[in-house]
Ligand binder design. Structure first.
Ligand SMILES: [Zn+2]
Length: 385
């Protein structure tokens, strides 16, 4: 999720050209895009469509009274492990956050174990959102099994990223390793995140070349969720809509316990998503993102769908340089609250957000991050319009 190769320069490319201002900002944006006729999906491998009722008895968030059931944060262990300077558990407890995803911790360490206990006592679920493909399909296998790995557009098998989802051997390897990794990552909310390689390309072999990036991801994910079910019958797995998987899958149906995770990484945070004419990075407009979200919600249920946002991601705003922290450009009313309305309109009730680099160093430089409290309270107290 963290893309250091996307330089800060890209952020200077964010532009905003407003079209006809005589109409409401959100009106008629769909006309800006001529949607393709959706292809007839093939027979599903496994049951589960957005029309099926979602069995929420196994959903740990089922009894949440707030509209936004999951109210989360994603951050590094170094951001949370000095509660004398910044006490994330206290902030969560006092303001209604209920989920932390934390990367970079030694989970065998006594300090982590105490932290995990304190989270449980405070009603905070722990989960782990990470890129996992290089562990699901270890690159060391390339020497003996190049056919497990992706074919590039020049027709050569390469081990730089991801793999070949048409390879039975690769799928067997992913299944086996998913069980092993699943035992070590034990999310208390049953939500697993075994993302594909960050920004990695996909396979162009004869069998894969007609599958788009999201289809290829889903073939691996359908294998991973089956594996996770053997160790946790309530397991759910994220399908990440992000970077090269911004287009929805066209040919592969998700397992019923795969949920959508929508991460609009190339948007602009200077303007709300509802400002459809705004162009972020990589040519992505907010209109394209909303179209993408709508299309995904025809494939994945809204009830379990989740948004992964970056409103408070100081790693992104600091250009992934922890030694040159910049203040989070928090736009509470003009962006954040409007975005909540947008997501609520689509029926999305699970929200989490990066706050990487918002840790002790951040507090020392800029003082207490009030935006964490505003974020938490807004999610807790939200009333759908
Ligand atoms: Zn392939």
């Amino acid at each position: 999720m963290i893309l250091p190769f996307i330089s800060v320069l890209l952020f200077s490319l964010v532009s905003c050209t407003q079209p006809d201002m005589t109409t409401d900002a959100t009106e008629g944006w769909e006309d800006m895009f001529k949607p393709e006729e959706p292809e007839e999906p093939e027979e599903p491998d496994t049951p589960g469509t957005p029309d099926d009722p979602v069995d929420d008895t196994k959903d740990v968030y089922a009894d949440e009274e707030s509209f936004f059931k999951m109210r989360g944060l994603v951050m590094g262990w170094s951001d949370v492990n000095d509660p004398k300077v910044l006490d994330y558990i206290k902030i969560a407890k006092e303001n209604g956050l209920n989920t932390f995803s934390i990367y970079g911790a030694d989970r065998s360490h006594v300090v982590w174990k105490a932290f995990a206990r304190d989270c449980a006592d405070a009603g905070i679920f722990l989960e782990y959102e990470e890129h996992m493909m290089s562990f699901l399909l270890p690159r060391a296998l390339f020497d003996t099994h190049p056919e497990y790995f992706r074919m590039n557009q020049q027709g050569v098998r390469v081990k730089d990223a991801n793999g070949c989802p048409s390879s039975e051997g690769a799928l067997a390897e992913v299944y086996k390793n998913a069980i092993d990794i699943g035992k070590r990552y034990n999310p208390t909310n049953n939500r697993y995140y075994f993302w594909l390689d960050d920004g990695g390309d996909v396979c162009y072999c004869d069998k894969c070349k007609e599958l788009n990036d999201a289809d290829q991801a889903l073939i691996f994910e359908n294998e991973v969720i089956k594996a996770l079910k053997t160790i946790n019958p309530d397991a759910m797995l994220a399908h990440l809509c992000y970077a090269n998987t911004t287009d929805p899958p066209k040919k592969v149906k998700p397992h019923e316990d795969i949920f959508l995770e929508f991460a609009p990484f190339y948007r602009s945070w200077d303007y709300p998503l509802a400002d459809t004419w705004v162009t972020g990075n990589q040519g992505m407009t907010h209109g394209k993102y909303l179209r993408s979200l709508e299309d995904h919600l025809k494939v994945f249920p809204a009830e379990t769908a989740q948004v992964l946002e970056y409103w408070m991601d100081d790693s992104l705003f600091s250009g992934w340089n922890p030694n040159k922290l910049k203040p989070v450009p928090w736009k509470y009313e003009s962006v954040f609250l409007k975005d909540l309305d947008t997501y609520a309109k689509y029926g999305i009730r699970h929200i989490t957000c990066y706050c990487a680099y918002v840790g002790p160093s951040y507090v020392n430089l800029f003082g207490f991050p009030d935006f964490l409290v505003e974020y938490a309270q807004a999610l807790r107290d939200y009333e759908k319009k």
